[in-house]
Ligand binder design. Structure first.
Ligand code: NI
Length: 260
């Protein structure tokens, strides 16, 4: 059984077939899905899918890109709502949260992202929930903040850092998760990290509707393709597919406190 630990079913690209698709996943071997939120609205939607489907779980959080152009007061109110949503029994993490420096070049904007990230790390600590971290072009600052909250555990999703950074995250108790990037021809760095990280600390995800793996690259991604990440890890580590499927599912269930 596979666990897609990161998929955004609130995206409008699922409007035409969301219910059909979500309902069909267990029959295709995808027994569990975690839908993270990116702001209060998408967090509400994540919780509603978790209520509708026994195999769907939710995370709630404010994504660094989604605070762009939102007033401090509105972000503050959003965080209060996110914390209230986190009390729902099917919310199993705070996420996705973190830093995205790709489009944010000004020091002031980056400082603001760090503040909101830290506020949500404190929230996760208060609530005893793990975090789902988005780190784009901000490896050092994400690591520094993770190290400032040593009691909080979590996963670095769509991992793009080095094996050395992964070691420091593993020491903190974090897991490392991979998307379709792992199946791309130029995925040298990701392949190296997969070889390096022990199987009991790896997770798989689609990040649907983005990041479709080969041979579906360029199409709308969905949890139906999460088997490709398990195949890629199995090939890199020289293990049977079933062993990777079982381990990555049990790793995610352990971190997110889900009894499969
Ligand atoms: Ni995401």
């Amino acid at each position: 059984m596979l666990f897609d630990t990161h998929a955004h079913y609130d995206d409008s690209r699922f409007d035409a077939d969301r219910d059909e698709l979500l309902g069909s996943l267990p029959a295709h071997g995808v027994g569990l899905v975690l839908n993270p939120g990116c702001d209060p609205e998408s967090s509400r939607k994540a919780v509603s899918y978790a209520e509708d489907y026994p195999h769907v779980y939710a995370a709630v959080g404010y994504h660094p890109e989604n605070i762009e152009g939102i007033s401090d007061a509105a972000v503050e109110a959003g965080l209060t709502e996110i914390e209230a949503l986190a009390a729902h029994p099917k919310v199993c993490a705070i996420g996705e949260i973190g830093l995205d420096y790709h489009w944010c070049k000004e020091p002031e904007g980056r400082r603001r992202q760090q503040e909101v990230f830290r506020a949500q790390m404190r929230m996760a600590g208060r609530l005893g929930l793990p975090v789902i971290v988005h780190d784009r072009d901000a490896h050092l600052d994400c690591l520094t903040i993770a190290e400032q909250y040593p009691k909080v555990r979590g996963v670095f999703h769509c991992y793009a850092g080095s094996a050395e950074t992964a070691d420091r995250l593993l020491a903190l108790g974090y897991y490392i998760s991979f998307t379709g990037v792992l199946t791309f021809k130029n995925a040298k760095k990701a392949v190296e990290v997969v070889r390096h990280v022990p199987l009991d600390r790896l997770m798989i995800e689609t990040d649907a509707p983005y990041m479709a793996p080969e041979p579906y690259r360029g199409r709308r991604n969905s949890s139906l393709y999460v088997y490709r990440m398990a195949e890629a890890i199995a090939e890199i580590k020289g293990l049977p597919f079933e062993a990777v499927a079982e381990a990555t599912t049990s790793n995610a269930c352990c971190l997110f406190g889900i009894r499969p």
